[in-house]
Design a protein around this ligand. Structure first.
Ligand SMILES: [Zn+2]
Length: 159
């Protein structure tokens, strides 16, 4: 068997991995590998080398892909959870404001009564009444700040 045939066989073995072989080339190579133990051994080694390269390379990209998917899922879940949570917060604020408006005359009288009872200056209990109104706003502000802090923590972790 001429050396050219083995060179050609090696070229086909490499070509098969890279761009694939034409039908005639594959048939020729198959026939040659049947007859030639050395080229068959070369083909086997090439196959083995590529397989070990592949199995060594796969865990990293697939792990990376699943980590990315995990983060995307986590983020989507977080957004889904945040949305109703925020609506509930605004609803609570609205209810609180409405209750504040309806109860204002009573609260005013309560503060007035408390002010008279303790001999507190009018300005102080009026200020107390004013602060009473800011409670829902403060509550909402605190919750939003906490949520934003948590979000930026997570954003830092995502990067
Ligand atoms: Zn050969």
């Amino acid at each position: 068997m001429s050396a050219d045939l083995h060179v050609r066989a090696h070229q086909f073995i490499a070509k098969e991995r890279v761009e694939g072989l034409a039908q005639a080339e594959r048939e020729w190579l198959g026939a040659h590998l049947q007859e030639c133990a050395r080229c068959a051994e070369f083909a086997r080694q090439t196959e083995q080398a590529l397989r070990s390269l592949r199995t060594a390379a796969i865990p990293f990209p697939s792990g990376l892909a699943s980590r990315t998917q995990f983060r995307v899922r986590l983020r989507a879940q977080e957004l889904r959870e945040r949305e109703p949570h925020r609506r509930a917060l605004w609803l609570a604020c609205a209810v609180s404001w409405a209750c504040g408006i309806f109860s204002a005359p009573y609260v005013w009288r309560l503060f007035e009564w408390f002010g008279q009872l303790t001999g507190m200056p009018k300005l102080v209990w009026e200020l107390g009444f004013g602060l009473w109104w800011t409670i829902p706003v403060l509550f909402a502000a605190v919750v939003l700040l906490m949520e934003n802090a948590r979000y930026s923590d997570e954003a830092g972790w995502m990067r």
